[in-house]
Design a protein around this ligand. Structure first.
Ligand code: GLA
Length: 405
């Protein structure tokens, strides 16, 4: 019995040593090469939260393929919080029992032509109180690279309480510098692996993160607190993105949080509006729903190729909210080749055909009537100045105009 224990200790140490060693001559790939368009994929948190397991991740990968989502561009399968177990005597972090073999899981996801993401944070603990990366940044980054990880979401959480507040009590500016330094530290650790890993900052938009995230290697950064599958929250988050458009571009994106399409009690109109807004915002499209039980109408929303093309437009120019009238917002996004997308959102509950919405083309910089495609019906649509539009509560009109007149 003792002998077996000793043997397994030696084996574990050997594996740990193998896991932490840097591959000789690791190719140096500049991270700007990743996320040239907003990352697309699926993340476990919004549906599974802490229940997520190896099987859920494999199922999600299978489903991305079988539903056609992979072909539509959803490539990253991201494990969020709650995969972590304990560190061993060498400080090597092991997954918990729900994830028996992370390397095998990454290989499985890769075998489907997909990429895999993982989650940690700069504090001692993550938001759900699992092991964080504090003082183990380089070791964890090497471990992710060994496993074949392609994407890291790095979530502030306990770093605020345990490091920022303790090291710099009553000095907010110093606390913010500690936060930025922690993100820069993990960036350096990721770069040192030589593996192209998308770096996703999650610190809820603190200290105008959009102004400094690219300088610490961020490919995307959360701009707000957490999303919930609720129209008011989704609309509030979308509204907070107005004005941030100049910070986004290829390789560095504002992240209004993962999609709730298909979750909770969102109506179809709300799901459509949520997806349309995220596309106008050049937001990462990380589905967060229960893929094995996805309804056809939800799949139709998530795989609408015309709308994905708006999100993924090569120019990488995030849309702006051009004007609002009461509870109606009009967003515009300039696309490659001189095309534009226009989204009209009726965020209110009580707008009827007795008082329809009137579109103001001049405010959108459009001169005279235009012909475009209504991306939710697939039909040709003509837009005239002052044209009355009827939109159901929380619904959207999303039009692409390729040839401006
Ligand atoms: C924070 C993040 C969420 C999710 C959870 C996991 O709340 O903002 O997106 O990652 O932590 O614990």
């Amino acid at each position: 019995m003792r002998m077996i224990a000793l043997l397994s200790f030696v084996l574990a140490s050997l594996t740990a040593a193998a896991q932490t060693s840097v591959p000789a001559k690791a190719p140096r790939v500049p991270r700007q090469a990743v996320a040239q368009t907003p990352p697309m994929g699926w993340n476990s948190w919004n549906y599974f939260a802490e229940r997520v397991s190896d099987k859920d991740i494999r199922d999600a990968a299978d489903q991305l393929v079988s539903t056609g989502m992979k072909d539509a561009g959803y490539i990253y399968v991201n494990i969020d919080d709650a995969w972590q177990g304990q560190r061993d005597a060498n400080g090597v972090l092991h997954p918990n029992t729900k994830f028996p073999d992370m390397k095998a899981l990454a290989d499985y996801v890769h075998s489907k032509g997909l990429k895999i993401g993982i989650y940690s944070g700069p504090g001692p603990q993550t938001c759900a109180r699992y092991e964080g990366s504090l003082d183990h940044e380089a070791q964890d980054a090497q471990l992710y690279a060994q496993w074949g990880i392609d994407y890291l979401k790095y979530d502030l959480c306990s770093f605020g309480r345990e490091v920022m507040q303790k090291q710099a009590p009553n000095d907010k500016a110093a606390q913010m510098r500690l936060m930025a330094a922690a993100y820069a530290k993990m960036d350096k650790a990721l770069k040192a692996t030589g593996r192209p890993i998308v770096y996703s900052l999650c610190q809820y938009g603190w200290d105008a993160v959009w102004e400094w995230a690219p300088s610490v290697g961020g490919n995307l950064w959360r701009t707000t607190g957490d999303i919930t599958p609720n129209w008011d929250r989704i609309y509030a988050i979308a509204s907070q993105q107005a004005g941030l458009e100049r910070y986004a571009g290829p390789g560095h994106w504002n992240d209004p949080d993962m999609l709730e399409v298909g979750n909770g009690k969102l109506t179809l109109a709300e799901n459509r509006s949520h997806f349309s807004l995220w596309a106008m915002l050049a937001a990462p499209l990380l589905a967060g729903n229960d893929l094995p039980n996805m309804k056809p109408e939800i799949k139709a929303i998530l795989t609408n190729r015309d709308i994905i093309a708006i999100d993924q437009d090569k120019l990488g120019k995030q849309g702006s909210r051009v004007y609002s009238e009461g509870e109606v917002d009009v967003w515009e996004r300039h696309l490659a080749g001189g095309a534009v997308a226009i989204a009209v959102i009726n965020a209110g509950d009580s707008r009827y055909s007795t008082h329809p919405i009137h579109l103001n083309l001049a405010k959108l910089g459009l001169h005279g009537p235009q012909t475009g495609k209504d991306l939710w019906t697939g039909k040709t649509i003509k837009l005239r100045d002052g044209q009355p539009l009827e939109l159901a509560s929380h619904d959207v009109l999303l039009v692409r105009i390729n040839a401006l007149k």
